[in-house]
Design a protein around this ligand. Sequence first.
Ligand SMILES: Nc1ncnc2c1ncn2[C@@H]1O[C@H](COP(=O)(O)OP(=O)(O)O)[C@@H](O)[C@H]1O
Ligand SMILES: [Mg+2]
Length: 385
Amino acid sequence: MEMLRAGLTKDQILAQTGMVVGVRDANFTVNEGEIFVLMGLSGSGKSTLIRLLNRLVEPTHGQVLLGGQDVAAMSKKALIELRRKDLAMVFQSFALLPHLSVLQNTAFGLEVAGVERKARELHAMEVLDQVGLRSFAHQMPAALSGGMQQRVGLARALAVDPSLMLMDEAFSALDPLKRTEMQELLLQLQKEQQRTIVFVSHDLDEAFHIGNRIAIMEGGRIVQIGTPDEILRNPSDAYVRAFFKGVDVKKYLLAQDVARSDEVLRIQPTADARTDMAEAVARLRQSGQSHAFVVGDDGRWQGGVSLDGLMRGLDSGSTSLQSLYLEGIAPVSASLSLNALIGRIVQQPVPLPVLDAQQRYLGAVTQTVLLKKMVDLDLQESRDE
Ligand SMILES: Nc1ncnc2c1ncn2[C@@H]1O[C@H](COP(=O)(O)OP(=O)(O)O)[C@@H](O)[C@H]1O
Ligand SMILES: [Mg+2]
């Protein structure tokens, strides 16, 4: 620790002492119910860091607070209790017990925690059902494919209902198809159960797909923490950007990440529709915009109108904004991918309102907005070349 504080590098410390600096200066908070991904090249300290959380690696320094308790400082006895009841780990190598059936493997954590047989097997069956393995309960692990074995690994962890789940490259040993399948399973379970998960991966594609937030590690340190969008928008350095190579980042950006509130005029309707129309026409002319969105007091999107439509409405004596709503302007969901959004705009080049799950208006996506975003992404890439 003194040598680190004195500014010596990992290599110098190794040469002088024979000791490896596994992780240093790692400060982060994992929020309840999120999947927090540790990502970095091999040797960057991911496994060491995740193992510090359940003290499979003893920390030399620092704290690991779990629900206010310091895991790094607790007694062996308290640690064993915590590992039994509150922490579960899923390993890259599956680590199933070969002489136990799928059901017994799944129930293993409960057995160790002292749950009696009937109750633990009943619960293990439920969890096997969730991971799609109910009918394999009485098989032995060796009879299952890698993907299925890892489902058992996942089931065993879920069965103890841990408040924190640790997954170290849990899907890395699987072929790409099975790997995607497991990611989908995890996301689906996450929708239903909102577990707190720390997930290690060396793969940006995987990290962006499943991570709510990602910490990127290099040489034992965390170099950046953020949501996928924050990291894409603002990678902290060339090391982080290097992970983007060969990855279609547009896949990970969502409508909510690109929607803008200043691109399309927003009309809040009053009791006097004629005045609303006249005002909107004046403001659209002033700003040079072609469309406006009508958004109610409650923040909900009501419809889209065009400058032409508004003028025709005024001419023809129309007294309702609603009669001017354009059918061609259909809202899109906040979670639509940028790729899908591009498809929509290419088909029909009108501004699109982006709505959240409660139908509230978040902002608009237009051709201009998309082009700007894509130029930004390209600029980022060319900076590194
Ligand atoms: N048991 C160990 N003894 C000595 N050095 C280790 C041990 N485990 C890991 N290391 C070293 O610690 C560093 C971080 O390794 P690790 O946490 O396994 O990285 P990652 O999981 O990101 O590949 C590496 O330099 C590795 O060689
Ligand atoms: Mg590792």
